[in-house]
Design a protein around this ligand. Structure first.
Ligand code: ADP
Ligand code: MN
Length: 265
């Protein structure tokens, strides 16, 4: 139906059949053959039409901008998160897995490919839950192995919304805006806990996007069920990290333990 392309500048052929090498390739910002195959399939199905350059290259995943076409041929932007199979990222993640009952089936700490698939799956399921609870976050659209396609949080020209830490808030409305955003975040955290039964577990000004006085929650692959043995510890950490940030913005924040009680009751 549409001319499909993957920009070759962005999606390079690693030209290798060596398993270890192609795994390593992903960690070096070049998509391996398996990942490219998944993207081609998604292009064939119209999930995306073009995959563009990286919006973000992280330790555990890269996020790419992509374009799809709606039925009326209008362009819509999407974000494609590709999890990396590099071994270094798994150490930190151990504590989220242990005690997570959704991980019991299929968790094989020796198998990287299986592990990244589980992370992607977990992010997808968490996003679904969060999105259907009416919390602003990317809409989960498609999942295949370690590749997750979601709605793009950005403007109509394809610019992604900034992270909260980079939010550009005019000085004359800063005081009022920051305290309103603080209140908004408390509501989000409570809803996340009470309705989604989740604790984000990596919540900070880096995993919240900002646009037009609205906060968007992202990066929920490590989020845990509230019955995870360490969920309250993670919740305290989320409260501290976000509280510290808002305090730095001059907001007269509540004490962490007050926030904690507000969220869990
Ligand atoms: P990581 O595990 O690398 O931290 P994130 O999910 O936090 O992965 O995404 C990394 C960055 O990519 C974010 O800080 C944000 O700037 C951008 N990003 C992620 N998801 C989206 C999205 N749906 N729309 C727009 N930008 C996004
Ligand atoms: Mn992140």
């Amino acid at each position: 139906k549409h001319a499909s392309k993957i920009r070759l500048d962005d999606v390079k052929d690693t030209q290798t059949r060596d398993k270890d090498k192609s795994d390593r390739a992903t960690s070096e910002q070049v998509l391996d053959q398996r990942t490219r195959m998944i993207l081609y399939q998604m292009i064939n199905r119209g999930v995306v039409s073009e995959v563009h350059g990286a919006i973000s290259t992280g330790k555990e995943a890269n996020v790419y901008g992509a374009v799809a076409f709606a039925d009326d041929f209008s362009k819509v932007y999407r974000a494609v998160k590709v999890y990396k199979t590099a071994i270094l990222s798994f150490k930190d993640r151990e504590r989220y897995i242990t005690g997570e009952h959704r991980f019991k089936a299929g968790a094989d700490k020796g198998n990287n490919r299986k592990m990244v698939k589980l992370w992607a799956e977990k992010e997808f399921r968490n996003l679904r839950r969060i999105h259907s609870a009416g919390i602003a976050c990317p809409e989960p659209l498609q999942l295949k192995l370690h590749v997750l396609v979601m709605g793009f949080l950005g403007d109509r020209r394809g610019w992604a919304y900034p992270r909260l830490r980079d939010a550009n808030i005019p000085a004359d409305e800063a005081e009022q805006t920051w305290s309103a955003l603080y209140i908004q975040l408390l509501g989000i955290m409570r809803r996340l806990y009470q309705v989604c039964k989740l604790v984000h577990a990596d919540l900070s000004e880096y995993n919240i996007l900002y646009h037009n006085k609205q906060l968007y929650i992202i990066d929920v692959s490590q989020s845990v069920e509230h019955d995870h043995p360490r969920s309250l510890e993670f919740l305290r950490m989320d409260i501290k990290n976000t509280g510290d940030f808002f305090r730095k913005q001059g907001v007269d924040t509540l004490a962490d333990r007050i926030v904690f009680d507000f969220i869990i009751t």
